[in-house]
Design a protein around this ligand. Sequence first.
Ligand SMILES: *[C@@H]1O[C@H](CO)[C@@H](O)[C@H](O)[C@H]1NC(C)=O
Ligand SMILES: *[C@@H]1O[C@H](CO)[C@@H](O)[C@H](O)[C@H]1NC(C)=O
Ligand SMILES: *[C@@H]1O[C@H](CO)[C@@H](O)[C@H](O)[C@H]1NC(C)=O
Ligand SMILES: *[C@@H]1O[C@H](CO)[C@@H](O)[C@H](O)[C@H]1NC(C)=O
Ligand SMILES: *[C@@H]1O[C@H](CO)[C@@H](O)[C@H](O)[C@H]1NC(C)=O
Ligand SMILES: *[C@@H]1O[C@H](CO)[C@@H](O)[C@H](O)[C@H]1NC(C)=O
Length: 521
Amino acid sequence: MALSLSAVSLALFILTAPVSLSTGSNKCVARNFGHGSVVCECNSTYCDSIGKEALPPLGQYSSYLSSMAGSRLEPGQGPVQVNSSGAGLRLTIVPYQKYQKIRGFGGAMTDAAAMNILSLSPGTQDQLLRQYFSSEGIGYSVVRVPMASCDFSTRLYTYDDTAADYALDNFTLAPEDINMKIPLLQRAQAMSPQPLSLLASAWSAPAWMKTNGALIGKGSLKGQPGGKEHKTWAQYYIRFLEEYAKYNLTFWAVTTGNEPSAGHITNYSFQALGFTPEEQRDWVALDLGPALQASSFPHTHILLLDDNRLLLPHWAKVVLSDVHAGRYIHGVAVHWYMDSFVPAEISLGTTHHIYPEYYLFGAEACAGWSPIDRGVKLGSWDRAEQYAHDIIEDLNHYVVGWTDWNLALDQTGGPNWVKNFVDSPVIVDTKHDIFYKQPTFYSMAHFSKFLWEGSQRVGVSASQKTDLEFSAFVRPDGSVVLIILNRSSSVIQFDVWDPMVGYIPSTAPPHSLLTLAWNTH
Ligand SMILES: *[C@@H]1O[C@H](CO)[C@@H](O)[C@H](O)[C@H]1NC(C)=O
Ligand SMILES: *[C@@H]1O[C@H](CO)[C@@H](O)[C@H](O)[C@H]1NC(C)=O
Ligand SMILES: *[C@@H]1O[C@H](CO)[C@@H](O)[C@H](O)[C@H]1NC(C)=O
Ligand SMILES: *[C@@H]1O[C@H](CO)[C@@H](O)[C@H](O)[C@H]1NC(C)=O
Ligand SMILES: *[C@@H]1O[C@H](CO)[C@@H](O)[C@H](O)[C@H]1NC(C)=O
Ligand SMILES: *[C@@H]1O[C@H](CO)[C@@H](O)[C@H](O)[C@H]1NC(C)=O
């Protein structure tokens, strides 16, 4: 009885809710800034959305298309055919070839992201959060949370800047956590249909624990793994988890620290903490692993590396070939910078084949980071292709999730205290109380909205050589999702063949990203 009453009140709430909460589809309000394609403009009362995903009945397929020409998750539907359309290329789904299961997709709640979101009116803030986290949004389920400051902060701080406080008596969260990140994470969690998978990464230890006595530059923890500083740094993680738990925010995973290789670069310009793979191995084995096991959070995963994937497989070999470290670790977190320098088959593929029991997870990526292509570019389709290309390549090499960097930036690509400005899928214009959804937002959506947690990658075989890039999945309910990226200039139609249901005649227009989905029973 109580149940049906609350169902009635929920139904009433939905019926009386504002229009922008409805599940109907809203078209993109396109703005062209001359960078190849368009952005979609959103305000407190309007934002484009395809609503909740609903699959057509067996015998029909649905399609969603985004393209340089301006389509944004444009929905389509059609009948699955008995016969081939006669196209030269056929992509065959091979459901019995099973690979990794998806964890999720998401972005990072940096200080900068939180400031940008909160710079909008409350209504526009809600609209922005809904775009990512609600069931009408694009299904983000992962949020990476920096532990204390990073370059995307407006000041340098850690949670305990009191010198020699080895007992961490003065450990305290920052105003950035308490007034900005935590309230936003709670709002995101409240509108998400599933529990968010929170991932914590630290950029630097407090200066007093470090060889260089500073948060930036070249430096690592004083002493040796098992020593005073290394133990205190592990306890700092536990204190962080305890403080966030007071706000009902519990973490799925922590990493061993953001980009440990940066802390070995002389005069590195922002927060970093150097670890060699050997030091990371021993710190996990002697300090972080035992501390987490003995804490109130023994099920929190530990992800090693949290740095560029070209450091694989070497880094993973050093850490995971040690049983003392390996028993505490669950996965390997990778960043996308300089991905093109080492083939994914060598970095990711080899790591997976040597250590199949540890998952690979994409923890950070952003566009506009390279010195030759810097900062925000409103409407860049090239950057949407960079995202989709990397996500497909990662997924086809055993990666279980992919996390974008800042959830939102301002029009200069900040704030960032060291002016390391980059791009984001959401750019806010505080003055006009609006935000722009970049082409990269839709690149994320083509995966994040459709590949629910537990979706399993399956085989796809192409009947002939093709420049199309693709990846296929069977979702927990048995439906199939195929994502196809066309960056090429070859002109071909193609058929998708799922032996379970039949043929799906298809076209990937120039410079496009296509998600196809269909039921199999
Ligand atoms: C929001 O955008 C919609 C669509 O462009 C427009 O009709 C509406 O007036 C805007 N609302 C506000 C508050 O600016
Ligand atoms: C499929 O192809 C077969 C053989 O080519 C033909 O006999 C049949 O009529 C076709 N069916 C449909 C629905 O087009
Ligand atoms: C550290 O904590 C102690 C006791 O709570 C307090 O008296 C002291 O002012 C704090 N120091 C700093 C630098 O915050
Ligand atoms: C945490 O959640 C519990 C139960 O859902 C609730 O009673 C409590 O008020 C929440 N605490 C905070 C700090 O939000
Ligand atoms: C690092 O900074 C110091 C002090 O500013 C400077 O003297 C030195 O040349 C720098 N080293 C490098 C490698 O840039
Ligand atoms: C891919 O895009 C090119 C143009 O870049 C277009 O000519 C071709 O038809 C597309 N490929 C497919 C398979 O549709």
